[in-house]
Design a protein around this ligand. Structure first.
Ligand code: NDP
Length: 396
């Protein structure tokens, strides 16, 4: 048997039994921990054998808000693989596109952004998935919660921590679930990596290094709003570096950050970055002595990796959190290096949809609650504060 086959089986076995370590940042950390350590509903069909899919009539019914690149290319098709969910409504500013997709997916209810609030009277919608530009997340999340629906909102949660808090308050007063779509927490590869770290496979973790770079194209429509403050919220750190930050905290056994420092790395004179930062490098210290550092950039193509360095070895995840085929190299003293290659496409999208559907239906905690989104935006604000001040450490 090849190493890669063996490791894949081990990886999936590890993912099956895995529990997720909760991350903390002061009192926010306690809220994340409280929200994220209850029963953790995986998509029951995550590995295809645990359960039969729910009959259509029992499935949790979803409205998808914003029919853009990610929703149309990844999330909407994943509903066809989900076991507990189905789409019943689309919400779009583009009636032609919505009608075309509705015909393809058998969706009968169409709303515009103006008629969106009428979902309050639609018994065929239980959950709302927000896939709009970041600057619109808070408004549409709060409108959906006020309409009495559960909400799974795309990352990053919102433009500011104040907006995140308002979203959480709206969920609490509506008595509905609010989740942030951190799909990586439903990726068997990443779950298995977190479990290996937690099991001590790399000894005591000392350092985490995350690097997330993509070359942003101002002519590509989904990138246009990302370069504006109003719709992007922030720059590369908000959109792409957040995967590294959230990934470090998912892998971190020492979950109490104490301070962050950062510098901007925006290329000089690059006119793409008039409103948002093109890059930032950050460092975070934890109470137990562990450190994490990250590079986030909109000016550097195709980097997506996370390195975990412990006293007993290292795990180099590269790519760490893409849609498909995440891979890693495990290195431990006196052992042959082990390539962990997941090969097949990851069921993370359907797992995320099913996980949130079950949390909403059974009223149990969701694995990536609003408090986790708030924690990350709070940390990114601290990163920006430090970078604005020329790199001085900011307590968190
Ligand atoms: P797109 O620009 O492709 O899609 C956004 C959609 O929002 C548009 O197609 C449009 O849908 C709607 N919209 C409403 N108002 C506006 C506006 N003023 N400007 C632009 N679009 C508007 O972006 P993405 O699909 O790449 O990103 C959408 C969300 O998904 C973001 O929050 C992003 O961070 C997140 N995302 C998450 C990923 C993940 O891995 N979890 C990966 C990529 C993105 P319509 O025409 O139907 O009205």
């Amino acid at each position: 048997m090849k190493d890669t086959e063996l490791s894949r089986r081990d990886l999936l076995n590890a993912a099956r039994v895995g529990a997720l370590g909760a991350a903390t940042i002061g009192s926010l950390g306690a809220q994340v921990a409280a929200a994220a350590t209850g029963p953790q509903p995986h998509g029951a069909g995550l590995f295809g054998i645990e359960a039969l899919p729910d009959p259509l009539a029992r499935r949790v019914r979803w409205a998808v808000v914003g029919l853009g690149n990610f929703a149309v290319g990844q999330m909407i098709p994943a509903f066809l693989q989900a076991q507990h969910a189905r789409i019943t409504a689309f919400v779009s500013g583009n009636p032609g596109k919505a009608a075309d997709l509705a015909a393809r997916y058998g969706v009968t209810r169409l709303y515009s952004y103006d008629t969106f609030d009428q979902i309050a009277h639609d018994p065929e919608v239980d959950c709302v998935y927000i896939a709009l530009p970041v600057g619109l997340h808070a408004e549409f999340t709060i409108r959906a919660l006020k309409a009495g629906k559960h909400v799974l909102c795309e990352k990053p949660m919102a433009s500011t921590s104040a907006e995140c808090r308002a979203m959480i308050a709206a969920a609490q007063s509506a008595g509905r679930q609010l989740g942030v779509a951190y799909r990586v927490h439903f990726d068997p590869f990443n779950i298995a990596a977190a479990d290996m770290i937690k099991a001590g496979d790399f000894g005591t973790v000392r350092h985490l290094i995350a690097e997330n770079c993509l070359e942003i194209d101002p002519a590509y429509p989904p990138h246009v709003w990302r370069l504006t403050r109003a719709l992007g919220g922030g720059g590369s750190m908000f959109d792409y570096g957040i995967y590294g930050l959230n990934g470090c905290l998912m892998m971190a056994p020492d979950t109490t950050p104490i301070d962050v420092s950062a510098i901007y790395t925006t290329p000089r004179g690059d006119t793409r970055f008039a409103q948002v930062e093109g890059g930032v490098q950050w460092r975070m210290r934890f109470a137990g002595g562990m450190t994490a550092q990250g590079t986030s950039s909109y000016a550097g193509a195709h980097v997506n990796r996370l390195l975990v360095a412990g006293t007993g070895g290292s795990l180099a995840m590269d790519p760490a959190n893409v849609y498909d085929r995440n891979r890693a190299l495990r290195r431990r003293p006196k052992e042959p290096d082990l390539v962990i290659d997941t090969v097949a496409s990851q069921p993370q999208f359907a797992g995320q949809i099913d996980g949130f559907s079950l949390a909403a239906r059974d009223n149990v905690p969701h694995r990536t609650p609003g408090e986790m989104g708030l924690r990350d935006i709070t940390l990114i604000e601290a990163i920006y504060r430090s970078a604005d001040a020329g790199g001085a450490p900011v307590k968190v």
